[in-house]
Ligand binder design. Structure first.
Ligand code: 5GP
Length: 142
């Protein structure tokens, strides 16, 4: 497969190591979920495996199998927390597909009828806002 090697110095690897701060939502042995710092809509969160892979192309299927139930859990929680009409789940592989951070991640974004998304990797949200949104989501995690 012609996927470049995983770079353990990427920004999400640094979040996993605690070198870079993040507003965390959920953590277990295999998975971390946290707020996207440049949300495309209020409640935009990211779910990542702790095991390093660049994206889905080089991921271990066992890791994917453990990750997806967490994506589902967070999608249900964020839909309830933001009283959303739907949930958008996105995952990009390589720059040609829009990937900018090279540690596998799933975007989970609540959507409301008739409300558009802000641009991808647009403007930074205030930490207080992200923290308040994370509290709302956590309150809906069963
Ligand atoms: P990609 O294009 O790789 O699918 O998306 C990367 C996402 O990571 C973007 O939505 C961007 O806003 C988010 N992001 C980039 N740097 C950071 C960071 O340092 N912390 C957090 N929480 N999110 C980040």
């Amino acid at each position: 497969m012609t996927v470049p090697a995983y770079d353990p110095e990427n920004i999400f690897a640094k979040i996993l190591k605690g070198i870079i701060p993040s507003v965390k939502l959920y953590e277990d042995e295999d998975t971390l979920a946290f707020m996207d710092v440049m949300p495309q809509a209020p409640g935009h969160l990211l779910v990542i495996p702790k095991q390093g892979s660049r994206n889905i192309l080089d991921a271990d299927p066992v890791v994917l199998a453990r990750l997806m139930p967490v994506v589902q859990k967070l999608a249900i929680a964020v839909k309830q927390a933001f009283e959303a009409d739907g949930v958008y789940i996105a995952q990009f592989n390589e720059p040609a597909a829009g990937q900018t951070v090279f540690h596998l991640h799933f975007h989970v974004i609540p959507r409301h009828e008739g409300v558009g998304l802000k641009p991808h990797s647009g403007s930074m949200e205030k930490i207080e806002t992200l923290t308040a949104h994370a509290e709302k989501i956590r309150a809906c995690l069963s």
